[in-house]
Design a protein around this ligand. Structure first.
Ligand code: GAL
Length: 377
């Protein structure tokens, strides 16, 4: 605000100096008087330009101060599926943070894509038609990103992707074509690696039965999603990198869903029983389902089997604390939702963003679970 005030002061001085020049010229010859009149006009024009510039600067400064004009901005948010536990935490935090920045609740519209890309594409079209100022999109299919980007940028609306990362080629295009498009999220390779490291750091390195190898089952999220692909690959890679021999007993798709994971793990336990030493789940919702199946089979986490998830859902953290889940990885929905909102605000202020805005995962075990629970509030 200080900056805007000084611009206004300088422009007021410039106007009075120019006006002063003009009036002294009027006392001279007719020709000089004509020149003076021209100077007066020029001075008025200059003053107008100065005033416009000053007004613009003041508006920018007001926006910078987090002020009023965000209240009139409309933000559209597309979530791939409301029933997803993690995305529920994400969107709840996003809504309240946007409000704290000054957006009016009635100008924040968050819609459920119901895990259907056609539905979501319609919702995006409706947002464009209704004239939103910025869009935040968690795509149903990351492979639809190029189509979504084209639709949104053709309407001159800035776009912040969240949670489901579009591929490298698409992200490169945003930079090459100087688009107001960015992605906010974490690198899923890191979360997979951390899951594997938690097992490798155990005293027996995950080898409960002492046969020299770790026998595991993998419960995957939506396989179209890079988070699922990377977590599956990198959790096992971390074990191998630690010099541990591994054996895959089963690999199933649970679509991030607790109930699906419960029945998959129940089947796997029926087939492989105590041969399963580690259950890797690509997220905590599925780890909660896995735990139900493990307990129903009369097994105990920590003694008969190890159980890993990702997200640090409150319930999963409570389970880590009581030993019912070996570990999880904090997927920081607070920092990601805030970064997404901040990026949207920068676009609204006419500023640019990096085309990738990252965030670190955090390993969660009994040693730090209390801190993580405290930060979840
Ligand atoms: C992941 C998260 C999952 C699920 C998924 C949806 O980052 O760990 O629980 O929410 O995103 O894309």
């Amino acid at each position: 605000m200080k900056k805007a005030l000084s611009i206004l002061t300088v422009s007021a001085m410039a106007v009075s100096m120019l006006a002063g020049c003009g009036s002294s010229n009027t006392a001279a010859t007719t020709a000089a008087a004509t020149e003076a009149a021209k100077t007066e006009v020029a001075a008025t024009e200059a003053a107008k330009t100065e005033t416009a510039a000053a007004t613009e600067a003041a508006t920018a400064a007001a926006a910078e101060a987090g002020a009023t004009d965000l209240a009139d901005k409309k933000v559209g948010v597309c979530i791939y599926q409301f029933s997803d536990n993690f995305m529920t935490l994400f969107r709840t935090e996003l809504q309240s943070y946007l409000e704290s920045l000054g957006f009016k609740p009635e100008n924040i519209s968050i819609v459920d894509g119901a895990n259907d890309q056609a539905t979501q594409t319609n919702q995006i079209q409706n947002f464009i038609t209704s004239g939103v100022d910025v869009l935040i999109i968690n795509p149903v299919n990351s492979s639809s990103a190029a189509t979504i980007t084209d639709m949104v940028t053709a309407a001159n609306i800035p776009l912040v992707y969240i949670n489901r990362e579009p591929d490298e080629q698409e992200e490169k295009r945003w930079a090459d074509e100087n688009m107001n498009v960015t992605y906010v999220g974490c690198d899923a390779r890191q979360s997979g690696t951390m899951q594997g490291e938690i097992v490798a750091d155990l005293e027996n390195k995950g080898d409960i039965n002492g046969d020299g190898k770790v026998s595991y089952i993998m419960i995957e999220g939506d396989p179209e999603n890079v988070d699922a692909q990377y977590r599956t690959e990198f959790s096992v890679k971390a074990l191998k990198d630690a010099g541990i021999e591994v054996e895959e007993l089963d690999d199933q798709v649970g679509n991030w869903d607790q109930a699906q994971a419960q029945s998959l793990v129940a089947n796997s336990l029926a087939q492989h029983g105590k041969d399963i030493e580690v259950v890797f789940c690509n997220n905590d919702a599925m780890a909660l389902g896995a735990l139900q199946a493990i307990e129903a089979a009369g097994e105990t986490v920590g003694t008969d089997v190890y159980l890993l998830g990702v997200d640090a859902l409150q319930e999963a953290c409570e389970n880590v604390k009581s030993g019912k889940q070996t570990g999880t990885v904090f997927n920081d929905h607070i920092s990601q939702s805030h970064s997404a909102a901040d990026a949207a605000v920068k676009y609204l202020k006419g500023e640019t963003n990096d085309h990738y805005i990252g965030c670190d995962y955090v390993k969660v075990t009994t040693s730090n679970v209390d801190d993580i629970l405290a930060s979840l509030g």
